[in-house]
Design a binder for this molecule. Structure first.
Ligand code: FAD
Length: 406
């Protein structure tokens, strides 16, 4: 009898999970491995903001699944609409169903709008290739209409990794192309990159200001009309381009899945298994529990614990955490099949790298004695992180092709 293992999603978590399962399972004939995702490529989301300035880097930030999967892994392209953990089926938008014995859910997150009136209708988001291309087009269209007397207005709401890097990229594009355009970064908290190290925050702020990004902290967007943002303080900000990067939530496809979850993000233990036998989850779409005895929590995890006290002691929602967890899940699924005890995964914080246009700021990089730094060292480490990922999922050929554009 064949055991059917199904991995959902081709982001960092899904791709790392497929790679680790392929390596753990080898050529076992009693196991079938199926990979399901909306697109037939892995989108390098942490570099997606670069498409805003230069759409031609598309080939560098999309890795075809054919480059990642081995010949024994079946790939199904489709939109997942549901997961039935009792019947052990995954349903797709075309009406078909895929049966599984073990499922690994890596569907990432979607943007949360917190019920702010008009926001979902009028704002762009950055979660996919199409999203990045839409921002690129809107920025270009706004530039075409702009003049020195009436500069275009670009507003980015939310100053996490997505918001900071998006604002930085638009500002770099504006300067390079000499476009009359003001770039605003709006944040509800009293500082940007909330919850992170103060020195790191200060360094990012300096870089954004060097790029002429106008930062407005302690500013809460209350509602949005077609071309105007209203704030709780009663201010109005007109915009030509509005990008919302203020929050994340789990995927709608998991709404009806009978699993312990919060806003469609699935709770797991440190083994990445959920309460439901044979259902594993990881990445942004999961609330991945950590075993406190195993290691100290990372700075991001502590921040997550502060802003989400109900969800304390969890790994952070980052590409790095999804990759790490994906590498472990292959071992745990294999152990499960053999009836062996599962291993606990503990997130290792290897540092955070943020790009602002062609600049980068690094913080807490493992093995580097300086806490926060920028300049060419930070830029090179950021490139090296992407190169390491490409080498892992594809091979040296892709690293060599992509390096000049990274
Ligand atoms: C602009 C930007 C910059 C960032 N920078 C960094 C950074 O510098 N460092 C860092 O660590 N993190 C960064 N992040 C965060 C990082 O990208 C996420 O933490 C990471 O993508 C999470 O990986 P994941 O596998 O959980 O989800 P994702 O990478 O989002 O993958 C989800 C996958 O599921 C698929 N999927 C979703 N729903 C369905 C469905 N219904 N049917 C079929 N398929 C579906 C998607 O197509 C995708 O393949 C950044 C994010 C953005 C947007």
């Amino acid at each position: 009898m064949t055991v059917d293992i199904v991995v959902l999603g081709a982001g960092y978590g899904g791709t790392a999970a497929i790679r680790s399962l392929q390596s753990e399972l080898g050529s076992r004939e009693d196991v079938s491995l199926t990979w399901v995702s909306k697109e037939d490529y892995h989108f390098v989301l942490h570099e997606s903001h670069r498409l805003i300035r230069d759409a031609s880097v598309e080939a560098e930030v999309t890795v075809p699944v054919e480059e990642i999967r081995s010949s024994g892994t079946e790939f199904v392209q489709g939109e997942i609409t549901g997961l039935d953990v009792d019947a052990r089926t995954v349903s797709l938008a075309d009406g078909s169903e895929i049966d599984y014995d073990v499922v690994v859910v890596c569907l990432g997150s979607r943007t949360a709008f917190f019920g702010i009136d008009g926001l979902e209708e009028h704002a762009l988001t950055l979660k996919s290739l199409d999203d990045a291309m839409a921002i690129n087009e809107e920025v270009r269209a706004a530039a075409d209409e702009a003049s020195e007397n009436e500069p275009a207005q670009a507003i980015v709401g939310g100053s996490g990794l997505t918001g900071i890097q998006t604002a930085g990229e638009i500002a770099a594009h504006r300067t390079e192309q000499e476009i009359p355009m003001d770039v605003h970064l709006v944040e509800q908290a009293d500082g940007i990159f909330p919850g992170h190290d103060h020195e790191f925050q200060g360094s990012i702020r300096n870089k954004l200001e060097d790029h002429d990004v106008e930062i407005r902290t302690s500013t809460t967007i209350s509602d949005v009309e077609e071309s105007t943002v209203h704030t709780e303080g009663g201010d109005e900000m007109d915009f030509d381009v509005l990008i919302w990067a203020g929050g994340v939530s789990g995927q709608r496809a998991l709404e009806s899945a009978d699993l312990p979850k919060d806003h469609n993000r699935i709770y797991t233990g440190a083994t990445l298994e959920t309460d439901e036998d044979r259902v594993f989850a990881l990445g942004d779409g999961a609330l991945m529990g950590q075993n406190e005895e195993d290691s100290p929590l990372s700075e991001q995890a502590i921040w997550e614990a502060i802003v989400r006290p109900d969800a304390s002691n969890q790994a952070p929602p980052t590409a790095e955490a999804a990759m790490e967890a994906g590498e472990i899940v292959g071992q745990n699924v294999t152990r499960k099949l053999k009836g062996e005890e599962l291993i606990n995964w503990t997130y290792t914080d290897k540092g955070t790298l943020v790009s602002i246009g062609d600049d980068a700021v690094a913080h807490g990089v493992l093995g580097v004695p300086v806490n926060t730094f920028s300049g060419s060292a930070a830029r090179t480490i950021k490139k090296a992180v992407s190169a390491r990922w490409f080498a892992k999922i594809s091979g040296p050929g892709r690293v060599i092709r992509s390096w000049p554009d990274m």
